[in-house]
Design a protein around this ligand. Sequence first.
Ligand code: P6P
Length: 355
Amino acid sequence: MKNALYKNIDICADYTSIPTKMANTNKTLGEFIIENQEEFRYSSGELSRLINSIRLAAKVVNHEVNKAGLVDILGAAGETNIQGEDQQKLDVYANEAFIKTLTNREIVCGIASEEEDDFITIKGRNEKNDNKYIVLIDPLDGSSNIDVNVSVGTIFSIYRRVTPSGTPVTIDDFLQQGNRQVAAGYIVYGTSTMIVYTTGHGVNGFTLNPAIGTYYLSHPNMKFPEDGRIYSVNEGNYVHFPQGIKDYIKYCQKEEGDRPYTSRYIGSLVSDFHRNMIKGGIYIYPNTAKDPNGKLRLLYECNPMAFLAEQAGGKASNGFERILDIQPTELHQRIPFICGSKNMVLKAEEFMQNA
Ligand code: P6P
């Protein structure tokens, strides 16, 4: 049984026997980054080091997320973030882990985080502000699911700075359109931990083998099916939805052709997005009475997920315009978000624009 193929592996097999098989058939994340180094435009290896630092932080956070039920790290940290949301202790932990790792690697000159009121300037050890990249993160998205053991995720978005090297970053470095991202991705802390990211050359997914702490290329060249039969929306807010979204939901539910579709909503953007990208589907968080601009944040949730969606052949809009073309005006601004299989998003936009 020791030589069993991965898919038939004996559940009692020593977990470390898997890497031998996987090492022969799947690249590690490190090998993939080196092999694709030339694809990172402008980069003299710094973007590779940046992706590597995210890989390390993801392992640190994954370790805590996986034992959250076992230690007293659950429950609110007693603080609220700028969004007015109760901060879960793991939110705080994840935020600190990513900021520390990104700062120590001498690659970024600024960081913005959902958990930080303002952006953080990073001068570098030489105090010269000459690092090239800025990172925006949602360190632990879906954190309200932590206490009920449902998957959560980290979302990251990477840009080159636009203000002169050698000067402290300004808000202009962070308020760039999403179409200027040089890389984006997410980590999903689910039944397995995965890093899924793009540098503008397609989307690739890497699964962590926790036995040895190595990520393996498990989902090369991920693609959104053009059509899908899953719609993800919190229908509890239905009465507050714009008419076009109400009309689209009724379209999904109507007995006609390949419909009714299936409703699947985890309440964790990364998990809903990940499932929809693999199976086909659409995720919708529209504006409501409670959230007149929608709930999701443009800079560190919608832009990175929109970049991934388009790189995987999907689509992302606010119902009227492409997410990646929207000019940001505030660090924590919110925006209605429709994202997923191209033909499903086109149909939802049709209902929005004809309502
Ligand atoms: P609601 C988590 O807080 C999040 O930002 C996304 O991950 C998730 O899809 C959405 O909000 C859930 O929001 O209002 O449906 O609970």
